[in-house]
Design a protein around this ligand. Sequence first.
Ligand code: PLP
Length: 249
Amino acid sequence: MAYERPCVLSIAGLDPSGGAGLLADIKTFEAHRCLGFGVATAITAQTEDQFFGINWLPVTDLRMQCKPLLERYRVPVVKIGIIESLAALLDLVKWLHSINKELQIVWDPVLAASAGFRFMELADRTLLAELLQELTLVTPNTGEALQLSGLSETHHAALWLAQYCPVLLKGGHAQDRGVDCLYDQEQQTVIYPGQAVLPAKHGSGCILSSAVAANLALGHSLAEACRRAKAYTETLLNSNDQLLAYHDA
Ligand code: PLP
């Protein structure tokens, strides 16, 4: 018998503080009344503001963890967080689509932790273009958009990425604080924050992208999923004045 709630899978790093990565994603899925699954790409050692180390798992291990879930359950949406390399990500995404070509994939391109540790180097834009074409959405902040595209202006960077797949450009770190923009084909949808300045949180990008994934699994359009995800994230930013969010706020 199938579950009534949609299943959503996060493929991301284990952050034991629960602020970012797998644990944050699962809390977000469950808060959206989705059934959350999690596959670890890495085991990290960190707190809300300090990063101590990481052990990456090879792609063969990621497949080993994913396979039973994808065979047993109907999973319409996957969210991917930190991963060791672009090549590993492309390999994984192609494999996921060989199992289910309809699978919607949201990639949060976390290139570095806010505590400073660098997760991924971007070597090859041909590889990146090939990868983006497999995705339902990529969710860079302004710095990530510049690094991914190799360009020096954020709007142009988002347009470069949007040639290949929809882009949710997050304005959290930009001058236009908190204003996001969805680039979907020719269309641009600006998503304004409900409130001007909110307390920062560790893993807020993870929370936003997994909330988009959950809302897609619930059947919302991409623009509506992005709007709802922003509202959810804002509630969490406001849940306390510390760096780890309360998800039941
Ligand atoms: N995902 C994982 C597994 C992480 O460990 C981190 C940070 O270390 C992030 C994502 C990004 O989190 P932050 O928003 O705090 O930079």
